[in-house]
Structures are given as C-alpha cells and as structure tokens.
Design a binder for this molecule. Structure first.
Ligand SMILES: NC(=O)c1ccc[n+]([C@@H]2O[C@H](COP(=O)([O-])OP(=O)(O)OC[C@H]3O[C@@H](n4cnc5c(N)ncnc54)[C@H](OP(=O)(O)O)[C@@H]3O)[C@@H](O)[C@H]2O)c1
Length: 340
C-alpha cells in the first residue's frame, strides 16, 4: 500500500513522491478507510505548486477528494460498518491507500453509487450547488450564465441547475464541447468569444428570456467580461476559478450604471458557513442525484497510484474531456467512461 507525498511545493511532476504506507490502526472514535479512487483537480495542482488559498503543512499527502470503504472501526464507533462506502471530508490527504479519520469527519454513501462518480462528489457538485445559491435561492426558470462549461464544475452546474428548474447559458472554449454540454441538459451553449457572445444575446432575445441574474466565472479576463455583458442590472457575478490566469477587467460602468454585484466563492469557506449538518444534508442530496443518474461527471482516464507522474501530466493538460482519477493497489482500475 502506498501514498503520494510532497516535502516541498513546486511543479507537481517534480515534487510529488511515492512512498510505501503501512496499514495504520484506528484509535477510539476513529475509522480506517481503504481508499478506492481519488481525483486530480486543478486545486490539487495549485496546492502542490503553493499557489492555492491554503498552503501545505509539509510533509503533506495531497488530494482534495476521493472515496473509500471502511476497513476497520476504532473503539466506540457504531454508526458505520466495515465495508461501507464513505466520503472522507477533511482535505487534503486522499492520495493515500489508507486514511484514519474521526468518525464524524466521514460521510456514509448510499449503496449502488459507482466508485468513479462517488470519488468526484466532494468538490465540484458541492461547488456547483453553492454557486447556484450564491445570490440566494434561485427562482425557477431563471437563467444562469457560465464559462468553462466543459469543466467538471461546469457540467455539475448544468445538471444541478436543471434539477432546480433553472436554465443555463454556457460558454466553452472548444466547439466540440458544445454537444457534451447539450447532452447533459444545457439550454444554450456557445463558443467563448465575441461571436459567441453576440449569438448568445440573439438566442436569449429570440426566446424572450429575462436578463440573467447570476453569472459564474472560472476563467477571468475577457471571458469574465462577456459574462458581465450578459447580466441584467444588479446581477451577481461570482468568480470561483481563474483558469486563464488573467485578472478580472471591470469597466467602471458595470459597477456605476449596471450596479453589478461582483463577488467570489470558495468551497472551503462556504462549507464552513454551511456547518457539518448542512454539508451532510447537501452530500445526501448530491449522492441522491448521482444515484438517479441526474448528476454524472466525465472521466477521461484512471491511473494506478504508481503511475502518478503520467496521471499528473494528463491532469495538467487541456482538452481532457473529463477528470483524471488515481486508483489504489488491490483495486481494479475503473474503465474510462464517456457520457451517454
Ligand atoms: N472556488 C472553489 O471553491 C472551486 C471549487 C471547484 C472548482 N474550482 C475551480 O473551477 C475551475 C474548474 O475546476 P474543475 O475541477 O471543474 O476543472 P476541470 O474539470 O479540470 O476543467 C478545467 C476547465 O478549464 C478550462 N481551461 C483550461 N485552461 C484554460 C484556459 N487557459 N482558459 C480558459 N479555460 C481553460 C478547460 O477547458 P477545456 O475543456 O477546453 O480544456 C475546462 O473547462 C478551476 O479553476 C477550479 O480551481 C473552484
């Protein structure tokens, strides 16, 4: 059994190391989790580089999300049983064969959830839910606009918005991403450029749609500005990612005359404000959506932990068409999946 460790921050391919990991024993009130799969997210790469919102406490096992099964129970633990699938909530730490956690810091998952989908439940579905509620409870039929819609977060926004009765106008940077978003239930999808913006305006007008009140930005730069252009007066523009690594450009009139409300979103801070009970209820809801097939994420490839360098390289590249998963020894790697 093994784990991935960093002893310093820097380029992931240079600083991540594989180490053997002996099986630990859970203490009173703790559980031992045998990890099955863990994602490589942009946040993991930024965390390892030292550019994320929190810095690694070195040496550190990275990994913001993953799924495992209970292998052993510490003294006094009765709420979970050996063999149950669980979502470890504290992060990082998921790129390891074993995790020991207090029983209150793991979330029991319903039976029947596919391992790869369960491994992707903690971050992007919860983010999409939080984003869609960033300006309060969204009114049914309202339009939400977003960029980076080919991302896992973008796919979750499309599907969760649909389950909430909202409509989505999405921008993608590659034309081939349009069909995937549409298959997930996106209402309107355009390429993220000036022509795409003009086409989006025309399409909204043709539908007699009210001006969008909520925009979700994971790119920055001109792309974020296009979302501001589409928002109606006093709309809310939420930045939660910066994939283009370009700052926001905000024309003065967007604040003075249009009265836009510009804000940010970070899952860690939002989850803390929701509290343990709130997040438990949310993960129950999200697992339910996944189980019913209403929330599905794309997986580009799965790599056994030992092949972490190839996995990190794949995850850092663009045009992936899905997440990269790490799988663990003694586990059969889940086959790559495509959306129907
Ligand atoms: N604030 C939070 O709490 C929070 C939580 C979750 C995620 N996020 C952020 O949300 C973003 C998406 O995360 P994810 O896990 O969903 O990502 P992902 O599935 O790995 O997808 C990455 C996305 O970024 C796009 N992209 C990559 N490089 C780009 C560039 N230079 N310019 C424009 N777009 C680019 C990709 O487009 P292609 O498909 O065309 O390659 C794809 O849509 C990230 O910035 C992540 O950090 C933030």
């Amino acid at each position: 059994m093994s784990q991935l460790v960093i002893n310093r921050t820097g380029p992931p391919a240079d600083v991540v190391e594989l180490q053997p990991q002996p099986r630990p024993e859970p203490g009173p009130g703790e559980v031992l989790i045998r990890m099955q799969a863990a994602a490589i997210n942009p946040a993991d790469l930024n965390f390892i580089e030292g550019t994320y919102g929190t810095k690694p406490n070195l040496p550190c096992v990275p990994g913001m999300e993953g799924v495992g099964v209970i292998e052993a129970l510490g003294e006094g633990v009765t709420s979970l049983s050996v063999g149950s699938a669980v979502l470890p909530l504290p992060a990082p730490g998921n790129w390891a064969s074993w995790r020991i956690l207090p029983v209150g810091r793991v979330h029991g998952l319903p039976k029947g959830l596919e391992v790869p989908q369960a491994a992707l439940l903690r971050v992007n579905p919860a983010t999409a839910w939080g984003l869609l509620h960033a300006a309060g409870t969204p009114a049914g039929g309202a339009w939400v606009v977003q960029n980076a819609a080919s991302s896992a977060a973008g796919h979750c926004v499309i599907q969760i918005a649909k389950s909430l009765g909202l409509r989505t106008l999405s921008f993608v940077r590659r034309p081939e991403s349009i069909a995937v978003c549409e298959a997930l239930g996106a209402d309107l999808v355009f390429v993220d450029d000036a022509e795409g913006l003009a086409a989006a305006r025309t399409a909204l007008a043709a539908r007699g749609a009210p001006a969008p009140r909520l925009a979700l930005n994971a790119v920055g730069g001109d792309s974020a500005l296009r979302l501001m252009d589409l928002l109606g007066p006093h709309g809310t523009h939420v930045t939660y990612g910066a994939m283009a690594r370009q700052p926001l450009k905000v024309p003065n009139g967007m604040l003075i005359f249009k009265g836009l409300n510009l804000r940010g979103f970070w899952l860690s801070g939002w989850a803390a404000s929701m509290g343990d009970q709130g997040m438990t209820e949310l993960y129950q809801k999200l697992a339910g959506l996944a189980l019913q097939g209403q929330l599905r994420q794309q997986i580009a490839a799965s790599y056994p932990l030992e092949q972490f360098r190839a996995a990190l390289k794949h995850a850092a590249g663009g045009a992936r068409n899905g997440k990269i998963l790490l799988t663990f020894p003694e586990e059969v790697s889940p086959a790559p999946q495509a959306l129907p």
